[in-house]
Ligand binder design. Structure first.
Ligand SMILES: *Cc1c(COP(=O)(O)O)cnc(C)c1O
Length: 391
């Protein structure tokens, strides 16, 4: 296998990705600075707990949270958040997960927030309890999540509430925060894909949520298998404890500073998160990417993307193409291409040489979305040519 082109030697085709930083397409394309940091990190032995302590400090700075943890993705962060809410500092509960029948393990989830990623919460051993209805989503009515719906469901077996935040659901977030706060129940927020804008790094914590999960391998531009869990110190510490390699002698174990050993009645075994271990390369890569993301000039980056999208749109003259600016998307600008049969066209593009991917998220309304988040500039021309051919 050659270092210069590992994919070619494996016979794996490179793809033109105008669909966004999708996990199935390999997530972000990392900046050289992030690659270099990961390579340098790989050349030494370090204590992973000490490294996670340092990461916690950096994540706290970037998010305003008390503490933070580098995970292997937002999905892993959700599993760990659920496990932390169930077990807290109890080593016996940590040892029992995912079998949680002997103690409280219910997590409330609004019906409209039941994404495919709810499986990650349930993987901890939690039982998901659906609440509320879907009047807005179905168009049947005007009402969203209401306090009494959460309060009614708050039995002693509830250990947390989950909330999947996006531009639509955020109107209900203050209600969830107020009820969870008043009842001492942690609120776990899935904000995996809510970056950019970078303001969202600190937004949900500032509003009062207890734990928030972000993907590291999407817009953050970190390693594909990385993510962040940020929030309350005690919960992040429990999550860390359930992720660390715990093959340690109790006599010599030196826990990370985040973990207050006085709270533990023993040294935990490998926890539910042991299979989601974040390596030194991922941790350092994520932190380097986070630093770049925080410092980046989004306005300037979006202006550059708009110029590129306008050039692509010009090359697609004759097709029904609309530029949607960053001010409207709330993230990067995109091109919307209206076609007769969006999924058939998407399939033709994916079968092309090279294979081309546009976002299918609005295919139900006859639109393929050209999302430039991880589109390489040298692909702009071939992308436009492929779309013309497939249209
Ligand atoms: C991508 C995504 C996840 C999973 O994130 P990973 O970092 O790939 O684990 C979870 N929730 C939502 C809403 C997502 O978009």
């Amino acid at each position: 296998m050659t270092a210069s082109d590992p994919y070619e030697s494996l016979g794996v085709r490179r793809r033109i990705n105008a669909a966004g930083a999708l996990t199935r397409l390999g997530g972000a394309v990392m900046a050289p600075e992030v690659v270099a940091a990961m390579a340098a990190a790989s050349q030494a032995s370090v204590d992973i707990g000490e490294l996670q302590d340092a990461a916690s400090g950096r994540i706290a700075e970037a998010t305003g949270a008390e503490a933070g943890l580098v995970t292997t993705g937002a999905a892993a962060a959700l599993t760990l958040a659920a496990a932390a809410s169930i077990a807290r500092w109890d080593v016996a509960k940590m040892a029992a997960l995912p079998h949680a029948d002997a103690f409280p393990h219910d997590i409330l989830i609004p019906r409209t927030h039941r994404t495919g990623y709810a499986h990650a919460l349930a993987a901890s051993g939690a039982r998901l309890v659906d609440i509320g209805h879907n009047d807005r989503g179905t168009g049947a009515g005007v009402r969203g999540l209401e306090s009494w719906e959460i309060e009614t469901a708050l039995t002693p077996s509830v250990v947390a509430m989950a909330f999947s935040v996006n531009a639509t659901s955020i109107v209900d977030l203050p209600t969830a925060i107020a009820v969870c706060r008043a009842n001492g129940v942690p609120l776990i927020v899935d904000a995996a894909a809510q970056l950019p804008p970078k303001e969202n790094l600190g937004r949900f914590i500032a509003m009062g949520v207890d734990l928030v999960a972000f993907s590291g391998g999407k817009a953050l531009g970190g390693p594909q298998a990385s993510g962040i869990l940020a929030g309350r110190r005690d919960l992040v510490a429990s999550a860390l404890l359930q992720q660390l390699d715990m093959d340690v002698a109790p006599e010599t174990w030196m826990p990370p500073k985040l973990i207050d050993r006085a709270n533990l009645r023993g040294v935990p075994h490998h926890g539910i998160g042991r299979g989601f271990k974040a390596g030194k390369e991922e941790i350092v890569g994520l932190l380097t990417a986070l630093d770049r993301f925080v410092k980046a000039d989004d306005g300037k980056a979006n202006a550059v993307l708009e110029v590129r999208l306008k050039a692509i749109a010009a090359a697609l003259e004759g097709l029904d193409v609309k530029l949607v600016p960053a001010s409207v998307t709330g993230r990067t600008p995109v091109l919307e291409i209206a076609v007769a049969d969006a999924l058939a066209m998407s399939a033709r593009l994916q079968r092309g040489d090279p294979p081309v991917h546009l976002s299918e998220r609005h295919s139900a309304r006859g639109v393929l979305t050209l999302d430039p988040q991880v589109l390489l500039p040298e692909h702009d021309g071939p992308l436009a040519a492929a779309i013309r051919t497939a249209a």
